[in-house]
Design a protein around this ligand. Structure first.
Ligand code: AMP
Ligand code: ZN
Length: 105
């Protein structure tokens, strides 16, 4: 989607460094971290939110990506968050999973 900030990041338009990537997703650091470690797992395909997702295989791949990137980064304890909808605090309408670890900011 042309005006989606996460699609632009995926397309390399901002030169964002990926902590991890695979066939289904990219992972990068949140620009405004709310914990000592705050990563975002973002699917390569544009889906507005969990409410619009109809691909359970992709959802599984995204959760396995959480497991793989935390293992690679040596993050043993963490929280995952998916904000869905404006009233729940979703700001970027491209599905993403927050990974939060360490001291909360
Ligand atoms: P949410 O509120 O669940 O939609 O989360 C969106 C997250 O994206 C927020 O935590 C923002 O800090 C983060 N964010 C917005 N723009 C960027 C960016 N250019 N690079 C990295 N993270 C971003
Ligand atoms: Zn997008």
């Amino acid at each position: 989607m042309s005006d989606c900030i996460f699609c632009k990041i995926i397309n390399g338009e901002f030169g964002t460094k990926f902590v991890y990537e695979n066939e289904w997703a990219v992972v990068f650091k949140d620009i405004n971290p709310k914990a000592e470690t705050h990563l975002l797992v973002v699917p390569r395909t544009h889906v507005e939110s969990l409410n619009e997702l109809d691909d359970e295989v992709l959802l599984g791949k995204l959760m396995m990506t959480v497991k793989d990137v935390t293992k690679k980064e040596g993050i043993k304890s963490y929280r995952t968050v998916i904000n869905t909808g404006k009233d729940a605090g979703q700001e970027v309408f491209h599905l993403h999973i927050h990974i939060l670890s360490g001291r909360i900011k």
